[in-house]
Write a protein of this length. Structure first.
Length: 122
């Protein structure tokens, strides 16, 4: 995973995958969403909304998946994934059973990240 953006409350990382997949983490390791401060919770949803909208415009996915589990890593974080009918798992979750050999190829991920960073700076 690589850090692409951060502020005083949260950070955004890229999850290496066959699909566009980002994660939002709080800097403070809260176990549950309700443990986070109001400011952190608002910032998570603000940034999550920006990421989803930018992924929809940039990648034109079949669906956006958003998840927060934290069973293996009990540090509050959110997954935002652009899903495609020709990715390996669709319609299963990315943690599910492989459905096929995926033929989706991420193009211009670095261009997407640059675009996202510009939006987040506003």
């Amino acid at each position: 995973m690589s850090l692409i953006w951060a502020n005083d409350l949260i950070k955004i990382e890229v999850h290496e995958s066959e699909i566009p997949w980002l994660k939002i983490f709080t800097h403070i390791a809260h176990k549950e969403f309700s443990d986070a401060s109001n400011e952190e919770r608002v910032e998570i949803f603000r940034v999550l909304d920006i990421i989803e909208r930018d992924m929809l415009i940039f990648f034109k996915p079949t669906k956006i998946n958003i998840a927060s589990f934290g069973n293996y890593l009990p540090h509050l974080h959110w997954h935002i994934m652009a899903r495609f009918e020709n990715d390996s798992y669709f319609p299963e979750p990315m943690w599910g059973m492989v459905q096929r050999e995926g033929s989706y190829n991420i193009e211009n991920m670095s261009e997407f990240i640059d675009s996202l960073k510009k939006i987040l700076k506003q």
